[in-house]
Design a protein around this ligand. Structure first.
Ligand SMILES: *Cc1c(COP(=O)(O)O)cnc(C)c1O
Length: 229
């Protein structure tokens, strides 16, 4: 399958899932996960109309971003180490993987130094897997106000990585939990949060049915992942 055929299929799946749940396909952002993909592949994706890309390592991303069209937008989706915050703030339009108050504080400090603001999502480990990063649901509520008080950070919503399962219906309740957690955050902040980033190649249709506004798709677009660059 070519990238262009894969993209058509993914767009159709997004449209179908949106329609099933009474939403407009235009309300769902397709983020192409380009980790481990070389620049020519990203440029091909960009020429097919993709504009939003996700990377999980700052070091790899900064090299690639410099070689790609300036109109592309980049989101950090992998665990961020505090010594990479300055680069992350420089290269990314959003950090989706904020998984602690201390990381949020470091990002805020990096933003201060470069007079920027940063859009973030709070990563939630809804399934409480010991192998994954992310806040526990109760921690998000407990630390929300402290994070929101950081002046150069804008909380745009929540992100989760569901466990891998063969049948995506099994993770539907986790997506529903993230949606409910977002409602509780909105109540606490007294303001709407626009984004729920949930759904990957194996489960994005179900995630959209449960309210995803950003789906992060790697393999369904680019095929099985190559080894790290
Ligand atoms: C790799 C990755 C994805 C994409 O996964 P696929 O199964 O290839 O679609 C999405 N989100 C995060 C955080 C990732 O690391």
């Amino acid at each position: 399958m070519s990238l262009s055929e894969n993209l058509s299929r993914v767009r159709q799946t997004i449209a179908d899932a949106a329609t099933v749940s009474g939403r407009s396909p235009g309300d769902i952002l397709l983020l192409a996960v380009s980790k481990n993909q070389p620049v020519p592949v990203i440029n091909e994706a960009a020429s097919l109309g993709l504009e939003l890309f996700g990377e999980n390592r700052v070091q790899e991303a900064k090299i690639k971003i410099g070689q790609c069209p300036g109109r592309l937008k980049w989101h950090m989706i992998g665990h961020l180490q505090s010594n990479k915050c300055r680069d992350a703030v420089h290269f990314f339009q959003m950090i989706q993987s904020v998984d602690s108050l201390s990381l949020a504080t470091e990002i805020n400090t990096a933003c201060d130094k470069s007079a920027k603001t940063m859009a973030i999502l709070l990563e939630v480990n809804v399934a409480r897997e010991s192998t994954k990063f992310g806040f526990k649901p109760a921690e998000v509520i407990a630390q929300l106000e402290a994070i929101n008080a950081l002046r150069r950070i804008e909380i745009h919503g929540l992100m989760t990585i569901a466990p891998w399962v063969e049948d995506p219906e099994k993770v539907r309740p986790l997506f529903a939990q993230l949606r409910e957690l977002k409602l509780r955050c909105e109540e606490k902040l007294g303001a709407p949060l626009p984004h729920l980033s949930m759904g990957m190649s194996g489960d994005y249709a179900v995630a959209i049915e449960e309210g995803a506004t950003i789906v992060r798709i790697g393999r369904s677009l680019f095929g099985e992942r190559r080894k790290a660059l």
